[in-house]
Design a protein around this ligand. Structure first.
Ligand code: SAM
Length: 261
Protein backbone atom coordinates (compact mmCIF):
# COMPACT_ATOMS: atom_id res chain seq x y z
CA UNK A 1 0.00 0.00 0.00
CA UNK A 2 1.52 3.34 -1.03
CA UNK A 3 1.82 6.09 1.57
CA UNK A 4 -0.36 9.15 0.98
CA UNK A 5 1.75 12.28 1.16
CA UNK A 6 -1.37 14.43 1.41
CA UNK A 7 -2.21 12.70 4.74
CA UNK A 8 1.32 13.09 6.13
CA UNK A 9 1.93 9.35 6.13
CA UNK A 10 5.43 8.64 7.43
CA UNK A 11 5.30 5.37 9.31
CA UNK A 12 7.50 4.97 12.37
CA UNK A 13 10.07 2.16 12.38
CA UNK A 14 11.94 2.82 15.63
CA UNK A 15 11.13 0.58 18.61
CA UNK A 16 13.10 2.94 20.89
CA UNK A 17 10.91 5.87 19.81
CA UNK A 18 7.74 3.84 20.42
CA UNK A 19 8.97 2.89 23.88
CA UNK A 20 9.88 6.51 24.64
CA UNK A 21 6.42 7.73 23.61
CA UNK A 22 4.64 5.19 25.78
CA UNK A 23 6.95 5.88 28.76
CA UNK A 24 6.49 9.66 28.40
CA UNK A 25 2.73 9.19 28.55
CA UNK A 26 3.01 7.67 32.06
CA UNK A 27 -0.09 5.59 31.51
CA UNK A 28 -1.43 4.49 34.84
CA UNK A 29 -3.64 1.50 34.26
CA UNK A 30 -4.25 1.06 37.98
CA UNK A 31 -6.62 4.02 37.63
CA UNK A 32 -9.57 2.29 36.12
CA UNK A 33 -10.68 3.40 32.72
CA UNK A 34 -7.60 5.25 31.54
CA UNK A 35 -8.36 6.25 27.97
CA UNK A 36 -5.65 6.95 25.44
CA UNK A 37 -6.67 8.84 22.33
CA UNK A 38 -4.42 8.06 19.40
CA UNK A 39 -4.57 10.23 16.31
CA UNK A 40 -3.55 8.71 13.00
CA UNK A 41 -2.84 5.10 14.06
CA UNK A 42 -1.71 4.28 10.51
CA UNK A 43 -0.79 0.59 10.40
CA UNK A 44 -0.96 0.32 14.18
CA UNK A 45 2.62 0.18 15.52
CA UNK A 46 2.00 2.73 18.25
CA UNK A 47 -1.52 1.37 18.81
CA UNK A 48 -0.02 -2.02 19.57
CA UNK A 49 2.46 -0.55 22.08
CA UNK A 50 -0.37 1.38 23.77
CA UNK A 51 -2.59 -1.69 23.97
CA UNK A 52 0.23 -3.58 25.67
CA UNK A 53 0.09 -1.14 28.60
CA UNK A 54 -3.47 -2.30 29.29
CA UNK A 55 -4.99 1.09 28.51
CA UNK A 56 -8.23 1.50 26.62
CA UNK A 57 -7.36 3.01 23.25
CA UNK A 58 -9.54 5.11 20.98
CA UNK A 59 -7.85 5.62 17.61
CA UNK A 60 -9.03 8.13 14.99
CA UNK A 61 -7.77 7.51 11.45
CA UNK A 62 -8.73 9.46 8.32
CA UNK A 63 -7.53 7.04 5.64
CA UNK A 64 -10.21 4.45 4.88
CA UNK A 65 -7.60 2.06 3.43
CA UNK A 66 -5.94 1.85 6.85
CA UNK A 67 -9.20 1.24 8.71
CA UNK A 68 -9.43 -2.19 7.11
CA UNK A 69 -5.79 -2.95 8.01
CA UNK A 70 -6.37 -1.96 11.64
CA UNK A 71 -9.62 -3.91 11.94
CA UNK A 72 -7.89 -7.03 10.69
CA UNK A 73 -4.81 -6.58 12.91
CA UNK A 74 -6.70 -5.83 16.12
CA UNK A 75 -9.76 -8.07 15.79
CA UNK A 76 -9.37 -9.43 19.33
CA UNK A 77 -8.86 -6.05 21.02
CA UNK A 78 -11.80 -4.55 19.14
CA UNK A 79 -14.03 -7.44 20.20
CA UNK A 80 -13.06 -7.21 23.87
CA UNK A 81 -13.55 -3.45 23.78
CA UNK A 82 -9.97 -2.47 24.56
CA UNK A 83 -9.71 -0.71 21.22
CA UNK A 84 -12.16 1.46 19.36
CA UNK A 85 -11.29 2.55 15.85
CA UNK A 86 -12.99 5.63 14.51
CA UNK A 87 -12.87 6.50 10.83
CA UNK A 88 -12.73 10.28 10.73
CA UNK A 89 -10.84 13.53 10.98
CA UNK A 90 -9.11 14.03 14.36
CA UNK A 91 -9.67 17.78 14.02
CA UNK A 92 -13.42 17.20 14.04
CA UNK A 93 -13.45 14.62 16.80
CA UNK A 94 -15.21 15.87 19.95
CA UNK A 95 -13.51 14.57 23.13
CA UNK A 96 -16.45 15.63 25.30
CA UNK A 97 -17.93 12.20 24.54
CA UNK A 98 -15.32 10.60 26.84
CA UNK A 99 -16.71 9.71 30.23
CA UNK A 100 -13.28 9.43 31.92
CA UNK A 101 -9.98 11.33 31.86
CA UNK A 102 -7.94 10.83 28.74
CA UNK A 103 -4.42 11.31 27.44
CA UNK A 104 -3.32 11.79 23.85
CA UNK A 105 -0.41 9.78 22.44
CA UNK A 106 0.15 10.16 18.71
CA UNK A 107 2.48 10.28 15.79
CA UNK A 108 0.47 13.00 14.09
CA UNK A 109 0.71 14.06 10.46
CA UNK A 110 2.81 17.23 10.56
CA UNK A 111 0.45 19.27 8.41
CA UNK A 112 -2.08 19.40 11.27
CA UNK A 113 0.35 20.24 14.15
CA UNK A 114 -0.88 23.79 14.83
CA UNK A 115 -4.57 22.92 14.43
CA UNK A 116 -4.11 19.78 16.51
CA UNK A 117 -2.81 21.73 19.54
CA UNK A 118 -5.54 24.33 19.14
CA UNK A 119 -8.34 21.77 18.85
CA UNK A 120 -7.35 19.70 21.88
CA UNK A 121 -5.84 22.31 24.22
CA UNK A 122 -8.86 24.59 23.85
CA UNK A 123 -11.40 21.74 23.97
CA UNK A 124 -13.96 21.88 26.75
CA UNK A 125 -12.74 18.44 27.81
CA UNK A 126 -8.96 18.83 27.65
CA UNK A 127 -6.62 15.82 27.75
CA UNK A 128 -4.62 15.33 30.97
CA UNK A 129 -1.43 15.18 28.91
CA UNK A 130 -0.22 14.96 25.33
CA UNK A 131 2.72 13.04 23.88
CA UNK A 132 3.28 13.71 20.19
CA UNK A 133 5.84 13.43 17.44
CA UNK A 134 6.41 16.74 15.67
CA UNK A 135 9.07 18.16 13.37
CA UNK A 136 12.27 18.80 15.33
CA UNK A 137 12.27 22.54 14.63
CA UNK A 138 8.68 22.80 15.81
CA UNK A 139 9.54 20.91 19.00
CA UNK A 140 12.39 23.35 19.64
CA UNK A 141 10.04 26.27 19.07
CA UNK A 142 7.38 24.90 21.41
CA UNK A 143 9.77 24.39 24.32
CA UNK A 144 11.57 27.64 23.36
CA UNK A 145 15.00 26.01 23.36
CA UNK A 146 16.66 29.26 22.30
CA UNK A 147 14.68 31.09 25.01
CA UNK A 148 12.71 32.93 22.32
CA UNK A 149 8.98 32.59 22.72
CA UNK A 150 6.62 32.43 19.75
CA UNK A 151 2.87 32.40 19.22
CA UNK A 152 3.11 28.61 19.12
CA UNK A 153 5.14 28.22 22.34
CA UNK A 154 2.90 30.61 24.27
CA UNK A 155 -0.27 28.96 22.93
CA UNK A 156 0.95 25.65 24.35
CA UNK A 157 2.54 26.92 27.58
CA UNK A 158 -0.60 28.77 28.68
CA UNK A 159 -2.28 25.35 28.99
CA UNK A 160 0.55 23.05 30.08
CA UNK A 161 4.24 22.33 30.48
CA UNK A 162 6.01 21.26 27.27
CA UNK A 163 8.95 18.87 27.64
CA UNK A 164 11.41 17.80 24.93
CA UNK A 165 11.55 14.01 25.17
CA UNK A 166 13.90 12.98 22.35
CA UNK A 167 15.00 13.52 18.78
CA UNK A 168 13.96 10.88 16.24
CA UNK A 169 16.08 10.90 13.10
CA UNK A 170 14.34 10.91 9.72
CA UNK A 171 15.83 7.51 8.84
CA UNK A 172 13.46 5.93 11.37
CA UNK A 173 10.41 6.69 9.22
CA UNK A 174 9.12 5.11 6.05
CA UNK A 175 8.97 6.83 3.65
CA UNK A 176 11.79 9.01 4.96
CA UNK A 177 10.74 12.65 5.47
CA UNK A 178 13.06 15.56 4.61
CA UNK A 179 13.79 16.54 8.22
CA UNK A 180 14.24 14.99 11.64
CA UNK A 181 11.42 14.73 14.18
CA UNK A 182 11.15 14.92 17.95
CA UNK A 183 8.85 13.60 20.64
CA UNK A 184 7.43 16.19 22.99
CA UNK A 185 5.17 15.85 25.99
CA UNK A 186 2.78 18.48 27.34
CA UNK A 187 2.04 17.81 30.98
CA UNK A 188 -0.22 19.33 33.66
CA UNK A 189 -2.78 20.49 31.15
CA UNK A 190 -5.42 22.80 32.62
CA UNK A 191 -7.04 26.22 32.24
CA UNK A 192 -5.57 27.54 35.51
CA UNK A 193 -3.61 30.24 33.66
CA UNK A 194 -6.96 31.75 32.71
CA UNK A 195 -8.25 32.06 36.27
CA UNK A 196 -7.37 35.74 36.28
CA UNK A 197 -7.24 36.68 32.61
CA UNK A 198 -9.62 36.07 29.73
CA UNK A 199 -8.68 33.33 27.25
CA UNK A 200 -9.90 35.23 24.16
CA UNK A 201 -8.28 38.46 25.23
CA UNK A 202 -4.96 36.71 25.84
CA UNK A 203 -4.89 35.34 22.29
CA UNK A 204 -5.91 38.72 20.80
CA UNK A 205 -3.09 40.44 22.67
CA UNK A 206 -0.31 37.93 21.89
CA UNK A 207 -1.35 37.89 18.21
CA UNK A 208 -1.09 41.68 18.12
CA UNK A 209 2.25 41.50 19.96
CA UNK A 210 3.79 39.20 17.35
CA UNK A 211 2.14 40.83 14.30
CA UNK A 212 5.26 42.54 12.93
CA UNK A 213 8.52 40.76 13.70
CA UNK A 214 10.72 43.81 13.22
CA UNK A 215 8.73 46.08 15.51
CA UNK A 216 9.23 46.24 19.27
CA UNK A 217 6.41 44.86 21.40
CA UNK A 218 5.04 48.22 22.52
CA UNK A 219 4.64 49.38 18.89
CA UNK A 220 2.85 46.17 17.94
CA UNK A 221 0.47 46.51 20.89
CA UNK A 222 -0.35 50.08 19.91
CA UNK A 223 -2.88 48.69 17.43
CA UNK A 224 -5.06 47.59 20.37
CA UNK A 225 -4.15 49.99 23.23
CA UNK A 226 -3.00 53.65 23.31
CA UNK A 227 0.78 54.02 23.62
CA UNK A 228 0.57 56.18 26.76
CA UNK A 229 -1.31 53.46 28.62
CA UNK A 230 1.16 50.82 27.44
CA UNK A 231 4.09 52.98 28.58
CA UNK A 232 2.62 53.19 32.08
CA UNK A 233 2.01 49.43 32.21
CA UNK A 234 5.53 48.59 31.00
CA UNK A 235 7.03 51.02 33.51
CA UNK A 236 4.99 49.60 36.36
CA UNK A 237 6.04 46.04 35.47
CA UNK A 238 9.64 47.00 34.91
CA UNK A 239 9.60 45.85 31.28
CA UNK A 240 11.81 47.72 28.81
CA UNK A 241 10.03 49.67 26.06
CA UNK A 242 12.61 48.30 23.64
CA UNK A 243 11.75 44.66 24.24
CA UNK A 244 10.45 42.41 21.45
CA UNK A 245 7.52 40.02 21.84
CA UNK A 246 9.75 36.94 21.62
CA UNK A 247 11.83 38.07 24.61
CA UNK A 248 9.18 38.21 27.31
CA UNK A 249 7.94 35.30 29.35
CA UNK A 250 4.46 33.87 29.71
CA UNK A 251 4.32 35.38 33.17
CA UNK A 252 5.10 38.84 31.77
CA UNK A 253 2.23 38.42 29.32
CA UNK A 254 -0.06 37.49 32.19
CA UNK A 255 0.94 40.63 34.10
CA UNK A 256 0.47 42.84 31.03
CA UNK A 257 -2.95 41.32 30.43
CA UNK A 258 -3.99 41.87 34.04
CA UNK A 259 -3.05 45.55 33.75
CA UNK A 260 -4.83 46.01 30.42
CA UNK A 261 -8.06 44.32 31.49
N1 SAM B 1 0.85 6.15 13.88
C1 SAM B 1 1.44 5.65 12.66
C2 SAM B 1 2.93 5.43 12.89
O1 SAM B 1 3.44 5.89 13.90
O2 SAM B 1 3.55 4.77 12.04
C3 SAM B 1 1.19 6.60 11.47
C4 SAM B 1 1.71 7.99 11.63
S1 SAM B 1 1.57 9.00 10.18
C5 SAM B 1 2.79 10.24 10.56
C6 SAM B 1 0.08 9.94 10.39
C7 SAM B 1 -1.23 9.17 10.30
O3 SAM B 1 -2.33 10.09 10.49
C8 SAM B 1 -1.51 8.50 8.97
O4 SAM B 1 -1.99 7.20 9.21
C9 SAM B 1 -2.62 9.36 8.31
O5 SAM B 1 -3.46 8.64 7.46
C10 SAM B 1 -3.36 9.87 9.52
N2 SAM B 1 -4.06 11.16 9.35
C11 SAM B 1 -3.75 12.18 8.53
N3 SAM B 1 -4.58 13.24 8.72
C12 SAM B 1 -5.45 12.86 9.69
C13 SAM B 1 -6.55 13.50 10.34
N4 SAM B 1 -6.90 14.75 10.04
N5 SAM B 1 -7.23 12.82 11.29
C14 SAM B 1 -6.87 11.54 11.62
N6 SAM B 1 -5.84 10.89 11.04
C15 SAM B 1 -5.13 11.53 10.10
Amino acid sequence: MFAKKSLGQNFLKSKAALRAMVAAAKIDTSEKGTIVLEIGPGKGVLTEALIQTGARVVAVEKDDRLIAVLQEKFQKEITNNQLQIIHGDALEFDPSTFSADYKIVANIPYYITGQFFKHYLTAENQPKSIVVMVQKEVAHRIVARDEKESLLSLSVKCYGTPIYVMTVQKKYFSPEPKIDSAIIAVENISRDFFNVILENKFFDVIKAGFAHKRKVLISNLETITPREKLKNVFQKLNISEKIRAEDITLNDWKNILKELQ
